[in-house]
Design a protein around this ligand. Sequence first.
Ligand code: FES
Ligand code: FES
Length: 184
Amino acid sequence: MTSLFTKVSPEPTTDAGVRRITVSINGNQHTVDVEPRLLLAHLIRQGLDLTGTHTGCDTTHCGACTVLFDGTPVKSCTMFAVQAEGHEITTVEGLATASELHPIQESFKDEHGLQCGFCTPGMMLTAKALLDENPDPTEDEVRWALSGNLCRCTGYQNIVKSVLAAAARLRSQGATDEEEGETS
Ligand code: FES
Ligand code: FES
């Protein structure tokens, strides 16, 4: 059990006390003590040092803090950490394995889907949720899915190309896995 209380909030500022919660992040269980007012984004970044989740606006506008909450993209600056009790959170650190980038990450790299990279973790996780549900989206569907994530560098064109390329890569990977399954 980790006490995040002193790490993210040296002094309690409310009388509401501290709550103990258990959250799964990228498949690892974390039992932590937090103040009820602590935002999920701050638990992830300051509390657990998973700094791939960025915070830009803190007001639900930019999408830089997007994580997957039981597979659904949410803006983690808009949720309290206590709401994640018992749920599965995926951050950008959960996409790659120790030796391999996720196909979405590969595609962002190949298609130049990022410049400064600030919006990129949120874009990738939103893209993952889309492609998990719709493996062959149209360009319009990609643009609609990403409409809650703002980028101030790329003009979006290459981000959309990256997501479409990731979709193709994942489909071909799925087809290869199926063929190998049939021949083994
Ligand atoms: S930091 Fe959460 S939406 Fe901008
Ligand atoms: S790459 Fe800079 S904000 Fe999107």
